[in-house]
Design a protein around this ligand. Structure first.
Ligand SMILES: *Cc1c(COP(=O)(O)O)cnc(C)c1O
Length: 402
């Protein structure tokens, strides 16, 4: 008899041989800049909780109050029994933060991308997607059935070239880009992409997962950072990174949002976001839009504390690693965000350095193919990191590489 499932073990073995194998790590205790990893205290340089809000007492209390008022589950899809006043309050708060007419909240950012893209385009349409876009943009594109063309990373000339060659042969066109690229930390050329969308009668969806709460004067994201507020654009993002909760959203014109409520399958046919998650995200938006929530007297808000940490660490890493010559096997990749990546030559090198740092009490994940084309250590900075913790990271990296 043949074993129809034998290929799974063979596939796992191949993953091991390539040093691509991954498994979840056990973290206990409350989300913070220091966490318990496998029972040991480590400084957390792996979290997307940029503002340190996931363990914040105000969010926790909001989640508890919402659970007591409404229960643990929302009991059904938003169109049937799963719609609460909290959902509309959150959607209005997101629309206000994004300066759009309306917003719609999904159960995750991943589902927001799947649902929005598959609703906006179909078989007769064209998608242009940055080669380094997030998995959810890629899989949303495949799900839509549209013709998918990747363009070279942040390469505006390449976008124009593809539009010139292909735009005419399709009905609608949708350009997709991360704003802050999740595994690199650099920023998309948003104003130029918007100009091209304008010129070639195309829609543009920007994924603000890592930029919401991080970029812009009010924390609105890259659209605000680039002064593009008010231009026709589909802004999506997540509630699960700087906002410290769970869920995703799309923000834009009233008709876009109304259309998604009627056509986005991943919103219609799934249970509404839980009361606790909804309330925590709403509390987070209130925190980030009010000043005076300083972590120390030196800053007006958490965002300022975050950028102080990012700029300090970046400057010190550049001094340590990018000052000699560019042919060194490790380089700090260009970044405009709290994501700082140290690229190394091989997956095994990245793993080795990651383990070495862990022994010194520093949690910095090694990111390897197939997630990214080249192996790297991915450092994420939080507003709540202490100066001494950042110094420790620089010193440890320096001793490993010298
Ligand atoms: C994390 C992430 C998502 C998915 O968001 P979730 O809410 O975690 O599902 C989408 N896009 C990008 C760029 C991300 O980094």
């Amino acid at each position: 008899m043949s074993d129809s499932y034998g290929w799974i073990d063979e596939a796992l073995n191949a993953i091991h041989r390539a040093n691509w194998y991954r498994s979840p790590k056990l973290i206990t205790g409350r989300a913070d800049a220091v966490v318990q990893l496998d029972g040991r205290s480590v400084v957390n340089f792996a979290s997307n909780d940029y503002l340190g809000l996931a363990g914040d007492e105000r969010l926790i209390q909001a989640a508890i109050a919402a659970t007591k008022e409404y229960g643990t589950g929302s009991t059904g899809s938003r169109l049937i029994t799963g719609h609460r006043p909290l959902h509309r309050d959150l959607e209005r708060a997101i629309a206000q933060l994004k300066q759009t007419e309306d917003a719609i909240v999904f159960s995750s950012g991943y589902l927001a991308n799947l649902g929005a893209i598959a609703a906006l385009v179909g078989k007769r349409d064209l998608i242009l997607s940055d080669q380094y876009n997030h998995s959810s943009l890629r899989n949303g594109s495949i799900l839509s059935g549209a013709t998918l063309r990747d363009y070279a990373h942040c390469n505006v000339a390449n976008v124009r070239e593809i539009l010139q060659q292909q735009r005419d042969r399709h009905r609608r066109c949708l350009i997709l880009t991360d704003s802050i690229f999740s595994m690199d930390g650099d920023l998309c050329p948003l104003p130029q992409l918007l100009d091209l969308a304008d010129e070639f009668d195309s829609m543009l969806l920007v994924d603000e997962a890592h930029a919401t709460g991080v970029l812009g004067d009010t924390g609105s994201g890259s659209v605000e950072h680039f002064g593009c507020t008010g231009r026709p654009i589909i802004q999506m993002g997540t509630l699960s990174k700087a906002l410290g909760s769970l869920g995703g959203y799309v923000a834009g014109s009233a008709s876009l949002i109304d259309f998604l409520r009627n056509r986005a399958a991943s919103w219609i046919y799934t249970t509404g976001l839980s009361p606790a998650d909804t309330a925590a995200a709403l509390a987070a938006i209130r925190v980030i839009t009010q000043d005076g929530d300083s972590l120390s007297d030196r800053f007006t808000n958490r965002r300022a504390a975050l950028w102080q940490n990012v700029n300090w660490l970046k400057q010190n890493l550049i001094t340590a690693f990018n000052s000699d010559n560019s042919t060194t096997p490790h380089t700090l990749l260009p970044s405009h965000s709290p994501i700082l990546c140290l690229q190394v030559d091989r997956p095994s090198t990245a793993l080795q350095i990651g383990n070495n740092l862990l022994q010194q009490g520093l949690f910095v994940p090694a990111i390897r193919p197939p997630t990214v084309p080249t192996s790297r250590l991915r450092i994420t900075v939080m507003a709540t990191h202490q100066p001494a913790q950042l110094e420790q990271l620089v010193e440890s990296l320096h001793s490993i590489f010298s």
